[in-house]
Design a protein around this ligand. Structure first.
Ligand SMILES: *Cc1c(COP(=O)(O)O)cnc(C)c1O
Length: 393
């Protein structure tokens, strides 16, 4: 079975490029050129050097002894929380800004919900001296003030989206509109494995450095590159795609995605797309998304801003449909408890997104000789307010 994207941009029935005709030239230019650019040896060298010296890769694969003891298996944490800016998102923005330069673009746009992708984009624009505009719903700007100020410190113009609910969807619409009007000088950096082809495949390839490092590190550590399980949280799915990628054709490696069940799967307040979603078109691709019976996108909910998304990338929809990846979920409560548990057992305060991956560890029937890798997508600094409001520690 293939988990690679086909020539038309599909993974099984999911994917494609469902875009307004006016965006077609921009997306087509990217589709024609992205593979040649990213597999050019000079590009690869520049990408690798920045990942090493700027992001701080390879990130450690840390054997969590006290966590292992508690769950009665050998548990490793892939420390994406130690990346510059605090999460895996920078792997992708570094890749895309280098690609934008090769395409001859001088300006960058992005959209952001919680602000994490906006900060990762603002960071690489400062690094490369490129002009950057980040679209953000006005409501999100009020809720995520520190990230707005981070972007501004980095020299990015943050533009409030004033339409609709004034959240992520509206910011995406405004960014698209800007891109339609500035096709020749501007590259649009999407932050997850979502959007029209080739974005899901391109972002997956940039993030796949995570699983390539895991394999090398496990080989050195235990003399075998294959763990029994890889666990990762899934919002749009970029950290999970990166952590799974080099294991996709190794059936003996169990891959597990952790979605946000919010207040509970049946509560009407969740973001567990595989449990609740149906096929539809979202942000330019055919995928699974949470929708009403007449196809309206359902407003998602999760305590974690990065998982608060009504869909998943098309690769994940395909991995779910084929059964290659098992999707489990964790409620707000379960994730917060897992976050506190990791803090107490290992001295690592995780991002609340990553805490959802930790929370499903207890839902798997583990053997004592199992080797488990949990992708720790980010650190908890940005979530301090949420931990404080939660209060149970
Ligand atoms: C944004 C974010 C996520 C969710 O995005 P994916 O594309 O699903 O990886 C997960 N963890 C952290 C720390 C994030 O910042």
């Amino acid at each position: 079975m293939s988990f690679q994207v086909d020539k038309r941009g599909y993974y099984g029935q999911f994917g494609g490029a469902y875009i307004p005709e006016m965006l077609y030239p921009n997306v087509e230019e990217l589709r024609e050129k992205y593979l040649d650019i990213i597999y050019d040896p000079v590009f690869q060298k520049e990408f690798d050097n920045l990942l090493k010296d700027y992001v701080g890769r390879p990130t450690p694969l840390y054997k969590a002894n006290r966590l292992s003891e508690k769950y009665k298996a050998t548990v490793y944490l892939k420390r994406e929380d130690l990346c510059h800016t605090g999460a895996h998102k920078i792997n992708n923005t570094i890749g895309q800004i280098l690609l934008a330069k090769r395409l001859g673009k001088q300006k960058i746009i992005a959209e952001t919900g919680a602000g994490q992708h906006g900060v990762a984009t603002a960071t690489v624009c400062a690094l490369m001296g490129m002009e950057c505009r980040v679209y953000m719903g006005k409501l999100d700007m009020e809720r995520q003030r520190p990230n707005v100020e981070r972007m501004r410190i980095l020299g990015t113009k943050v533009i409030p989206a004033l339409s609709g609910n004034m959240t992520l969807k509206d910011a995406t619409n405004e960014a698209m509109r800007h891109w339609i009007n500035h096709p020749t000088d501007t590259h649009y950096i999407i932050g997850s494995v979502v959007g029209p082809h080739p974005y899901p495949d391109m972002v997956t390839r940039f993030q796949s450095v995570i699983s390539s490092e895991i394999k090398e590190q496990l080989q050195r550590e235990i003399g075998n590159p294959y763990p029994d399980y890889v666990l990762a949280c899934v919002g749009g799915g970029s950290n999970a795609a990166g952590a799974f990628y080099h294991f996709l054709s190794d059936d003996h490696v169990n891959l597990i995605g952790a979605e946000a069940a919010g207040l509970g799967i049946d509560s009407g307040e969740s973001a567990a797309t595989t449990a609740l979603g149906k096929p539809g078109v979202l942000h330019g691709s055919k995928t699974l998304l949470m929708q009403t019976s007449d196809g309206q996108v359902v407003e998602p909910y999760s305590i974690s801003a990065g998982l608060d998304y009504p869909g998943i990338g098309p690769l994940h929809a395909h991995l779910f449909e084929t059964g290659r990846v098992q999707f489990l979920n964790a409620t707000d409560d379960e994730a917060m408890n897992a976050g506190i548990e990791l803090s107490r057992l290992e001295g690592i305060i995780p991002a609340i997104e990553s805490a959802h991956a930790l929370a499903v560890l207890g839902k798997i029937a583990l053997d004592p000789d199992d080797v488990v890798v949990i992708n720790l997508s980010g650190r908890g600094d940005k979530d301090l307010e949420t931990y404080i409001r939660w209060g149970k520690y």
